[in-house]
Design a protein around this ligand. Structure first.
Ligand code: ASP
Length: 324
């Protein structure tokens, strides 16, 4: 009896302390883990989001790049981090492709995280090094087929959006290029510009500037519709790859067990960010867009992640893609 009362008292005190502590949140800077190299598309999205969250939460949101293994190293870092709201994860569609690609992961995708909400949708572009002979998509296809044993496609490892796009593209044109993997598409882009690799499928948040500056050749966009900021570039679908569509969705996560009042503050801050005109304008310039408010919540992210895991799993099993 006494033991039960003491236990109840202990639980009560603990929840009062947690509530009081959560009310002060955030009392120091927050780390947002980006599971890819600095300077790439996820990093760019995270830094733009981080700037808005910093203003809303009145504490610095610092981006920490933990690249490697298609993002799974950084994801695992967050799964194992303290669940106090001071470590967050920004990750894209790879959260849903990795479970099918790796026969074992060091974290449990559906059970090791709290969901904050969806963040933004980013289309991709198929680009090539400047010295690649084909000047357009029509010329590209026969060239790739004729030279597939000599050409290389860059990506950011199994689980990366660039790998997903490359895989779907090669399967659509029934051509297999040699893949060179990096810790993110920022270093992949450096090597593409340097001419060490030939092709790359990457998000517009990393490619728009290069396309506009003419440092790379562009062969098409992967969204269903053309992108307003790159309106002269046709979609791959309209150039003959029927139904080809890759749009990179992103979510914001926290380690499992992060207190609810803390999550509520983060959800509210994310909802403010997706409606923020500066954030919207910046993403638009980069060919992307924040999600509508209706998607910036935990339920929407959970539903999206579950649906995408179901979608990709049979596709990769069929393609026989596996890291180990
Ligand atoms: N988004 C990754 C990056 O930021 C690369 C990828 O997913 O392809 O580098």
């Amino acid at each position: 009896m006494l033991k039960n009362s003491l236990q109840a008292l202990f639980v009560l005190v603990l929840s009062i302390c947690t509530l009081a502590w959560a009310q002060d949140y955030p009392a120091r800077s927050i780390t947002m883990i980006v599971p890819f190299a600095a300077g790439g598309p996820t990093d760019t999205l995270a830094r733009n989001l981080g700037a808005i969250l910093t203003t809303t939460l009145k504490q610095q949101v610092i981006v920490d790049n933990a690249g490697g293994a298609g993002g799974t190293i950084g994801i695992n870092k967050v799964a194992k981090a303290r669940n106090d709201g001071y470590t967050l994860l920004l990750m894209h569609v790879g959260m849903s492709t990795a479970p099918a690609m790796y026969s074992s992961l060091p974290y449990d995708t559906l059970n090791d995280f709290e969901y904050i909400g969806q963040v933004a949708d980013v289309p991709m572009t198929l680009i090539g090094k400047k010295a690649l002979p084909p000047n357009n998509f029509k010329e590209l296809l026969p060239y790739l087929k004729a030279n597939q044993d000599k050409l290389t496609a860059a990506d950011a490892g199994l689980g990366a959006a660039s790998q997903l796009c490359g895989l779907l593209f090669m399967s659509a044109i029934q051509t297999k290029l040699l893949v060179v993997s990096y810790s993110g598409t920022a270093p992949a882009m450096t090597n593409l510009i340097g001419g060490q690799v030939d092709l790359l499928c990457d998000q517009t948040t990393n490619t728009t500037q290069q396309i506009k500056a003419g440092t790379v050749k562009v062969y098409g966009v992967t969204s269903r519709q053309r992108i307003p900021s790159l309106k002269d570039i046709p979609t791959l679908a309209e150039q003959g790859l029927k139904d080809f569509e890759v749009v990179v969705w992103h979510g914001l996560y926290a380690p499992k067990g992060t207190p609810k009042p803390v999550l509520d503050k983060l959800i509210a801050a994310l909802q403010g960010a997706v409606q923020n005109p500066t954030f919207k304008a910046r993403l638009e310039e980069l060919g992307a867009e924040p999600v509508p408010l209706s998607k910036a919540n935990p339920e929407s992210l959970r539903t999206q992640l579950q649906a995408e895991i179901k979608k990709w799993d049979p596709i990769f099993k069929k393609a026989g893609v596996h890291a180990d």
